[in-house]
Design a protein. Structure first.
Length: 439
């Protein structure tokens, strides 16, 4: 058996092992070492050491636990609930006001945090009881909460973008700038869709009763100020230095963590118990990401050394299709991978395998990386994994899982529409990085 075929057998066995329930990271390491030793001998161990050391030298990855910690501090500190309450008071007379409030809160909170799982859970805790009391449609409610929560994985300072930058060989700062356009575009599409549906059928989301609206302009101004202020400050101190080149993502993340601790202390919303929970959750999430990063680096190095990556690239490039057609096939593969896999496995394992094909077709790597980021939002809304559904079901046990899935599917179609717009109009993603950093 040729080394190239061994590589594809390795990939097939990996898929089989994951589908029957084996953990991704441990499966990657075990299979890579087993197949690599059979085909390459002792060289596989040298590759393992070199790939691990190389990953440890990626300084930008130190921003991952810092941004995760910042997001958990904001969620544990209750600042998201205050922001939602402010939007609820502001938008009370609007049809579908709670849908819009959830999506706006998730968008702004995504700028300040960059996490998804806990964001969906917190959004569910704060919005579901109010939506049920107001008689809102469970499917559209579930879709707006889960879709809004996934915006945090795309809108900077997204943890996924920090991981993707080194993998794709693009600047994290430029990737952050490129993600703003698609992120706000998707948020706008979600909001417009919910409002239009409620205008057509007011029973889906009636305006809130007068007692749930602001009693005076002064009350509204105070709540909006208190709700927006911490997020505005954190956006300035984290994203501002990154986009202007004054600080690296790691340095800006460290400043953001300090600012978040100060902000939650001033608001009096963070206890020692909540701080401990944030630390533990950060350690769990970060260790999972880094361990998977090491495992995927080893897998990628062995797969490439076997020659399988080169064969895959030559096959895809040699298809009788125009370059855009080949790129669409790659995007379709990533979309389908989002159904059984979470973003970490796709970014760290599969994207490096597909990247040489795109490079051979001479596409802008920054644009391609942004398209992948938009595409991977569907990983949180697509069955059977669809982790957002389980995050929401845990805090909304009275809602049927089938209703949550149907609501998510509706917004997944909107995400695909947004992705198509980004493909047709590359300027949606590229105008800001070109303006900030030059073409």
């Amino acid at each position: 058996m040729s080394p190239e075929v061994v590589g594809f057998v390795l990939l097939g066995v990996f898929f089989f092992a994951i589908f029957i329930g084996f953990p991704v990271a441990f499966t990657l390491i075990f299979l890579s070492l087993a197949f690599g030793f059979a085909a390459l001998g002792d060289m596989v161990f040298y590759l393992t050491v070199l790939q691990t050391i190389g990953l440890m030298k990626e300084e930008v990855l130190a921003a991952v636990p810092l941004f995760i910690f910042m997001g958990y501090l904001l969620e544990e500190g209750g600042l998201m609930e205050r922001l939602f309450h402010a939007f609820q008071l502001l938008l009370g007379p609007v049809p579908g006001s709670l849908y819009v409030a959830v999506l706006l809160t998730a968008t702004i909170f995504g700028i300040a945090s960059g996490t998804v799982g806990a964001t969906v859970a917190v959004a569910g805790i704060m919005a579901v009881p109010t939506m049920v009391r107001a008689g809102y449609d469970p499917r559209l409610s579930a879709g707006s909460i889960t879709a809004g929560g996934t915006l945090g994985i795309l809108i900077p300072p997204s943890v996924m973008l920090v991981v993707m930058g080194p993998v794709m060989g693009v600047s994290v700062a430029e990737l952050y700038a490129a993600a703003f356009g698609p992120g706000f575009l998707l948020a706008a599409i979600f909001i417009v869709w919910t409002v239009i549906r409620c205008l057509i059928n007011p029973r889906l989301g009636p305006p809130l009763p007068p007692e749930q609206r602001a009693g005076s302009l002064r009350e509204l101004a105070v709540e909006l100020t208190l709700g927006m202020f911490p997020h505005a400050v954190l956006t300035v101190v984290t994203l501002g230095p990154i986009l202007t080149g004054m600080a690296t993502p790691t340095e800006a993340a460290a400043v953001g963590v300090v600012g978040t601790v100060i902000m939650t202390a001033l608001y009096g919303t963070l206890s020692w118990k909540q701080l401990k929970a944030a630390v533990i959750l950060t350690a769990q999430q970060s260790s999972m990401v880094f361990f998977l990063a090491v495992a995927s680096n080893i897998f990628g190095a062995i797969f490439t050394r076997l020659g399988s990556a080169t064969l895959m690239t030559e096959t895809l490039v040699g298809l009788p299709l125009p370059p855009l057609g080949t790129m669409l096939i790659v995007m379709l593969l990533i979309f389908l991978l989002g159904w059984p896999f979470e973003w970490q496995a796709i970014v760290l394992v599969f994207v490096p395998l597909l990247q040489p094909t795109i490079m051979a077709l001479k596409f802008d790597p920054l644009w391609f990386a942004t398209l992948i980021a938009v595409n991977l939002q569907t990983a949180f809304l697509s069955p059977p994994v669809a982790m957002s559904a389980y995050y929401l079901k845990a805090v909304a046990p009275d809602w049927k899982l089938t209703d949550i899935y149907w609501g998510m599917a509706e917004f997944m179609v909107l995400q695909v529409f947004g992705l198509v717009l980004c493909i047709i109009f590359p300027g949606i993603a590229l105008w800001l990085p070109h303006w900030l950093f030059g073409p």
